[in-house]
Every structure is written in C-alpha cells, then in structure tokens.
Ligand binder design. Structure first.
Ligand code: PLP
Length: 364
C-alpha cells in the first residue's frame, strides 16, 4: 500500500494518518466485539455511544477543555455554522456582531450573519489581498456587542493568526483548518467550530465546542436542527449523526494522543514542516514568492507563486508526475498551495522541498 500512496497536499478533504486508515480498514467489516461494521450500527447503540464519549474525552484531554463547555458533532459543515452562529446569537440580541475578515472564509461567514442582524467589520484585510492577519493593536477595542467572529486560519490565502485573541464580548472562532494543529486556550472562546475534513477526519461532521452560558442567549422559536440547545440536550444524537465521520475523528484524536503525544508535540512537528517550505521559498532568490506576510504565515496552508507565473501550470503537472498531488492554488486566487495538515508527514514535505529545488534549477 505504501508504495502506491502519493504525497497528498490537498486543502480539504485533507490527508489522514496512515495508521488511522489502516485501523479503519482492518475494522471496516467487523468492529471488535460487535460483529458488524461501524457503517451499519445504530446511532442509539451502546457502541456508538462509547465512540461519542471517547471522542469527547479525547478532545477534552487534547485541548484541556473544562467542564463548562459542551462538545457537539453536527452535520452541515463549517458552512452551516456561518448561519447557526448568527441565528442563535445575533437574531434576537439587538446588538451588533463584529467580524474580523482575514480572508475568503471570514467573508463568507459575515455574509450569512448579515441576514440575521447588524454586523460590522472589526478589521478587513481585503485591500491587502488578504496577505496577513491583523495585530492586536490594530483592532478597535469593543466592550459591547453580540459577539466577535474570527477565522484562525484562512485556508485559501494561507494566513494564520499567531496570537490568541480575547475580547470583552463572546469570541467565536472558525478553526476549521487549524483545529488540533496546536494548543489553544479554550477558555478565551464562547464557541469554536471546525469542519473535520481539514485536519481530523473525513467530510461530514463539524466539531462545535460551546461554553454553557452561551446557551442562555439563544432565542426560542428556532428550528430544532438549528438550535444548539437541542443538540446539547440530545448529546449530538437528536437525529442520525454522521456516524462514520465521528468514528474516524475518534481514531484521529486517539492517534494524536497516543502516537503523536499531544498538541504541543503536533505543533512542533507542524512548525518544522512549515519552516522547511517557507525557507525554500525565502532562499529561492525571488524564483518563488510567498503570499503571506512573514508574521502571518500559516503552518497549515503554504501559498506561493512562481515569479514567472507561466511556469505554475508546469510546476503542478510535473509535481503530479513525481507523486506530489494537489498543489494547485485555490481557483479564486491562483498560484500554488501546499496544505500540510497534521497527517502530512515530514517525508512528504521533504519530497516537495526536493522537487521545488530541482524545478528551480531546471527552469530558472
Ligand atoms: C473548508 C473551510 C470551511 C468550509 O467548510 P465546509 O465544511 O465545506 O462547509 C469554512 N472555514 C474554513 C476556515 C475552512 O477551511
């Protein structure tokens, strides 16, 4: 199997750890002691209950999540959270929701919130082509409002927040593309959410971590599926949850705990991988040009261009032939992008570095 697996730099769904895939393959037809596949079990069974419980426990351990936070597994992707957040916390608040717009995903989140009430941009990086995150000093302090929404890592532009924000109002964070890549201070947040297909599983489930007191602000009369309180009351099983995606997230969180050794270790490995690619760009004497400002460089999505942009197509095609897949930048901004999520190995990153050096030596 190892021989035919390519180096996968996809931005999402992203690479998954090989040991996790092998375990899922081994258990696919028959979960130990259950006699059937996880694809076939009832979401009301004790087996699935255990899967939910241990995934929550693993997340609590990895992120040091205190007991005054609920952990939910919801369907609809991170995109549904763009709507659920303002429905639950803005619609009836009579206050303004503040958005820090660092890139495409922050923009999309704010577009949905506008339908529900007053919104305001606390910061917007569009005039700089979303090439950096704001520093704390640039953001106007606010003392009232429904919430502040921020995207910790802008997947398309390849920029990542390097400081942990705190505000006088509840902070809500879209962590889809750097969730579990580094430690975070959960207690800074009223709510955080992450579609798991970037870093911790296959598409289909979104992890939502919500502080208990946030539930008190939710208006009555929302549709049940869109009311966080309903999912809390039913422990993510109000309707049929994405059973297989949750099972995979269970295996990935176990891998993070037992094989990797926690998020501080994961972060160190991720930084090492990112440094290899950014230094290759920096040392290319202008052949490669990074998109992100140095202080905002993402450790998850490395975005860059070739000075002679006509070479980019060739780069992607030749890389593909060398077993390096999914390096084309997002269609909205072009260029090149290497997503190096948790499961992308140091070996894959070295293979890409080697290819970048070789490509430069041939085309410079
Ligand atoms: C991918 C992504 C999304 C959208 O996720 P879906 O699960 O496809 O809705 C939202 N925010 C960020 C930061 C992302 O990377």
């Amino acid at each position: 199997m190892a021989k035919t697996r390519v180096h996968n730099f996809s931005a999402g769904p992203g690479a998954l750890p090989l040991p996790v895939l092998m375990r899922a393959k081994q258990e696919l037809d028959e979960l130990p002691d259950v006699g059937m596949s996880v694809l076939e079990i009832s979401h009301r069974s004790s087996t699935f209950n255990d899967i939910i419980q241990t995934t929550q426990n693993n997340l609590r351990t990895l992120l040091d999540i205190p007991n005054n936070y609920h952990i939910l597994f919801l369907a609809g992707g991170a995109s549904l959270q763009f709507s659920m957040v303002p429905m639950n916390f803005l619609r009836k608040s009579g206050e303004c929701a503040y958005y820090i717009v660092g890139g495409t995903w922050g923009q999309k989140a704010m577009e949905q919130a506008r339908r529900e009430g007053d919104t305001s941009r606390l910061w917007d990086g569009s005039s700089e082509k979303f090439s950096r995150m704001p520093s704390f000093d640039e953001i106007n302090p606010i003392s009232s409002g429904a919430y502040v929404h921020i995207t910790s890592n802008e997947t398309i532009q390849g920029i990542q927040l390097q400081w942990e924000p705190t505000f006088g109002v509840p902070l809500i964070c879209d962590m889809s593309s750097d969730f579990l890549s580094r430690p975070v201070s959960v207690t800074n947040y009223g709510l955080m959410y992450a579609g798991v297909q970037k870093n911790i599983g296959p598409a289909g489930v979104t992890v939502v971590i919500i502080r208990k007191d946030m539930l008190e602000c939710i208006p009555d009369g929302l549709h049940s599926m869109l009311d966080y309180r309903v999912h809390v009351a039913k422990d993510s099983s109000y309707n049929t949850p994405p059973v297989f995606s949750i099972y995979m997230a269970n295996l990935v969180t176990k891998w993070l705990l037992e094989d990797v050794g926690g998020l501080a270790k994961m972060n160190a490995i991720n930084q090492e991988k990112a440094d290899i690619l950014y230094s290759t760009i920096d040392n290319s004497t202008g052949f490669y040009i990074g998109h992100a400002h140095e202080d905002s460089r993402s450790a998850m999505n490395v975005t860059w261009r070739i000075e002679d942009q006509t070479l980019e197509e060739k780069f992607v095609a030749e890389a593909y032939d060398s077993g390096l897949h999914n390096l084309k930048g997002h269609h909205s901004i072009g260029g090149l992008r290497a997503s190096i999520y948790n499961a992308v190995t140091l070996e894959s990153v070295h293979a890409l570095q080697y290819f970048m050096l070789d490509f430069q030596s041939r085309w410079e």
